[in-house]
Design a protein around this ligand. Sequence first.
Ligand code: AMP
Length: 544
Amino acid sequence: MDFSEFATICNRLEDVPGRIDMTAIVREALEAADEHDLSVLIRFLMGRIFPDWSQEKIGIGPNHVYDAVGYVTGKDRAAVIREVNKGGDPGRAVEHLLARKEQTSFFTTPLTLGEVYQDFTTLARIEGSRSQKEKLRVVRRLFANATPLEGRYLARLMLGELRIGIGEGTMRDAVAAAFGVSSERVEHAYQAANDLGEVGVLARQGDEALAEVRVELFRPVKMMLAKQGTIAAMLEETDYLAAEYKYDGTRFQFHKKGGECRMYSRKLEEVTGAIPDVVEMLSAATPHDLILDGEVIAVKDGRPLPFQYVLRRFRRKHDVASHIEEISLVPNVFDLIWIDGETLIGLPFGERRKRLEEAVSDFVAPQLVSGDEAEIEAFYRGALDEGHEGIMIKVPTSEYTPGVRGKDWIKIKPAVDTIDLAVIGAEWGEGRRARLFGSFLLACNHEGTLIPVSKVATGFSDEMLAEVYELLKDKVVSSEGKTVYFEPELVFEVGYAEIQKSPNYEGGFALRFPRFIRMRDDKGVDEVESLALIQERFTRQSSM
Ligand code: AMP
């Protein structure tokens, strides 16, 4: 398939608003695609380059794109950026610049979809000291051969924002319609394979090929997620439930084949090197080849530490050994996804749990199976007493549904606290909120001075953001890049999950999961929470 054809399809998709029309256009494109283009076409249309399980990244940022386009069109980076700033869309800016260049250029070879993918693969594999130059050469060559419309989508693909609105749901339905299989089958296969490109190829072969899809080692599957709920409501649906502690750490997926082990984060990035101690513990806990799902927490004197201690370890690439001693990590395993060649995600949770207990000798998260509300509540209180975040309750008959935030896993934790803080600054919003303030800098009161303690960017309706903008737009006293600072007048009530120690704010604390609740028009900035009381909240929560 020529890349120009792909660009034309994207252009058509950008112009149709409805999902039904979009599905029809995608379906048509998939039906027409060659065998060897199909998987790439499916991923590209979703704005993805490599399979979801893959660790490969092209490693191209805006500056690579702007430099390459500048080179090809005879401009410098600043001129390209000026063009981007005009409309805020790098794709359209590249298109515009290439259109002006085209009259002067004769020697181009048409791009094909396969070649573009090949070049992306090359980009992902370029390493070493000369990598930036080599990458730039590849990107320049691509733009040199691109038509303006191709340039629009090439730039957007590289920058990870295709903006044509084909999500997993639309693609799943289009694959099903194109090859006459059910959407459920496609979804099921996708959950195991974690690559809609591959699933599309199998769908074309038919139902049987799709049904054959299995989870594979070292191809992480998406993690199953949880919704909020209550024990009572869950017990109305099911006779008995499995309850586990909700550990406040970091999710992991552990893959083991003989002596070879790999660890993946919630974002499916490989983190084996950052937590070798945990990898070793898990490896020693089982003789089997398997894939485990769990949460790793930091522990000191037998009590869990707040989750940022774990995050610090996950992020660490250097000097890992000395940090192992500082913070000891403990894995808690709560699911078994695959074992010795057998995919278990279709089994009921109760059975997976039995298999897990047989296969792994250590670190299996304790579980209570009960149909008694009072007993589960007591378990919940016990979890909080021990310093955990709450509990998870899971339906014992449920399958493991990768990537799904469904009603089979429910999280139960204490209601969020709220706090009143002064609004002292803001950053401009993005996308459709670009003309409004999008996130706000908040401050507490320390002996008459306002001291920053957090930012809040979620919980606002469009109307509320517009209202806040009207109140603040004339209060700007200074600006610095995207940030503006206000004369302090407004007070926000903000919900949060926890207070953390943080070097990022002057006050030494930050809110975890801050969420706008309401404006406190009835309060003046002199009435906001004091730093001393924040310290007190922090201490109380640490001793809970
Ligand atoms: P949340 O991040 O609040 O949506 O809660 C879901 C997260 O809780 C999961 O993604 C896990 O990282 C974490 N978690 C902690 N303990 C468990 C558990 N026993 N079972 C499942 N998830 C857990």
